[in-house]
Design a protein around this ligand. Sequence first.
Ligand code: UDP
Ligand code: MG
Length: 319
Amino acid sequence: MSEKKQISIVVPCYNEEESVPIFYKAVCAVIRQMDRVAFEFLFVNDGSKDHTLQQIKKLAAQDERVKYLSFSRNFGKEAGIYAGLKYATGDYLAVMDVDLQDPPEMLLEMYEILQQGEYDCVATRRVNRKGEPPLRSIFARMFYKLINRISKAEIMDGARDFRLMTRQMADAVLSMGEYNRFSKGIFGWVGFQTKWLDYVNVERVAGKTKWNFWQLLLYSIDGIVAFSTVPLSIAAVMGLLFCGVALLMTIFVIVRTLLWGDPVSGWPSMICVILAVGGVQLFCMGIMGQYLAKTFMEVKKRPIFILKETNCEEPEQKD
Ligand code: UDP
Ligand code: MG
């Protein structure tokens, strides 16, 4: 008989002391039904300020399948996913939130689908946005429409980070070593065959979400800057457009002066034009600034995360 395949479940956690044990129990109940597969939990403690790490260590002491990575400070969920995928040893890798918003039962179906060999990844998207402020939903929809228009990476509306993928795809994700990690874009960018499963949004079991509207807005700008250079082209096109308008207006003013003389007037309209042009210039500089800032962060080549402690073995280097 061939050796058992292994699934590693990567779980980024930030201040989730209440959710960790509930999550562990719920997932154990599911994986008991999957006796042909071995499992590994890989909790990533993303610099939590509560007792998340202690909770994880407690589980690790009882169950040798529980592995953990603990960061020196909060590096963000994206860094957590990256570190988890890097240290996980499984043939298949799952990414799951610890708040049980990602139904563990779906792992069964996901694994079945991957087994058939047609797909490299099974991902999930929620079909409704229940429990979310309406304004946030509207902006989210607009964001997905926009980014899919201006970027090559296919980014699914309502996609969650909950997914099960093959080692091959995970390695492709890891080969993208960028500092500004926008996971939804990265998963889309690497390609491979992805099957999407729909499910109805569930609310988190405990604790509260780490996102407010402002953070989501900044995050969406990060996503756009990371996966598209179209805003830069828009700035250039706007510049050209304004030059064209300026030329037409100059001709108009010269002709009018030659025909009818030059009575001094139009001061208010002049101010409007100056303000409009100034505004557009600042806007375009802001766009350039965004790209420059991201480039600045990338060229520093800072590590994506810093590990403080772990019970994992060093991953083998694949270059
Ligand atoms: N998370 C993390 N680092 C952070 C923020 C969040 O590892 O800086 C984890 C968090 O513990 C949870 C997952 O990312 O497991 C999703 O977070 P949350 O539930 O707040 O996001 P939402 O589900 O509302 O999108
Ligand atoms: Mg959540």
